[in-house]
Design a protein around this ligand. Sequence first.
Ligand code: SF4
Ligand code: SF4
Length: 439
Amino acid sequence: MTKQENAAAELKSKVYDKVNSCIQCGYCLPACPTYKSMETESASPRGRINLVKMAAEGKIDITEDLKKPIDLCLGCRACEIACPVNVPYGSILEDAKEMIKKKEDESKKKPYMKDWLMNSFFTNSKMLQVSSNLLYLYQETGLQKISRKTKLPEKILGNIGKMEKTLPTMPSPKYRIKKGQMYKAKNPETKMTVALFLGCINDSLLYKVNYYTLELLRLAGCDVYIPKNQGCCGALHAHQGYMDTAKQLASDNLNAFEEHDVQYIVTNAGGCGAILKEYNHFLKDGTGSNSKSKVDEFTSKIKDISEVLYELDTLKFEKNINKVVTYQPSCHLKNVQKVDAIPEKLIKSISGITYVELPDKDSCCASGGVYNVINYDESMKILSGKFQGVNHIQPDLIVTSNPGCLLQMSHGVNEFSHDKQAKSIHLVELLAEACRIEI
Ligand code: SF4
Ligand code: SF4
């Protein structure tokens, strides 16, 4: 067999049953943001499924013909919700990405920089911490003001440099949560013990989001344990085809969260929570020493912060927030974790808020992990459409529930909002303000 035939056979063994479950009805097409934006069949879920099937049958080349349409998928999984026969699109996408990555590794086009970011940077919490400390210094020393005045990031990095303006203001690193500690509840009546998943982006760039999450849980009556050896969830890796690294990270997290018996493992990032809940999909071949029952116990405990606070119902939102607020859902929170109405219910329960629904809110903001960096133009086309809705309702605050969405909506305010007045924040920032939790 040639190398191409081998690759096709391997892809076929993974996906053939899954792609053949698609009945070609096309119900998923109107739900797909890339199909709406690009208007071609190969940018639709059905088109991509057919291309994966053709690649598995050896009719098209995996890198030459399949890579581009697959890379242009956001992985938002809105198509899964629309599908009447439950085609497992997310799993098909992961298999296709893994095979594309394998083929790239064999070729001269091996993406060394991306390999380093995926295998060495995002997996190394010390390196992430140093980077975030440098960013804090960049802001504190006034360097950021100079670079913005001179538009240096844009001059060096072009469009990607524009994203510098979306960097969040970093509080003192003293607010970064310490691992290996138990934080006791602040409510006199402790309701439960939970563990908090810190993630990689939220533990470095957005540690204020983790801080607010921790304080809200404590105020709501939780003892909160922070497992020492936890790391990145592996979502970025799995979505880019780095399955071996993703499996290793999953296995490490499973072991890290075994340290303490807790009721829930709480996440505050829609994307992280989604993959944590799906660890059973890619640890089914027994990576490390993980039994099925161990994986199932871990996945069954994963809860988004909004679910836990809503279930406890112990927080008192004492402060009036007299603002117009809207909500942009995280696709992975809604489509994979199936947490849909709860964040909006929490927002609406704060007095003073005028809640206005964002038009077409269920459509992806086109952040897509690193999609907006790799496919900037396509991402901005979708984001500018989303901001027609934002400009129509003119909110003061756009609430999100995932770090990628938060930064993307912030970028949208800078690039596409008419008055540039709206502020993109995480749900926990709003809830913390209503509870008078301050940094
Ligand atoms: S995951 Fe999202 S972008 Fe990709 S095919 Fe499905 S709906 Fe379209
Ligand atoms: S809705 Fe499901 S079955 Fe129909 S074309 Fe899309 S993926 Fe295939």
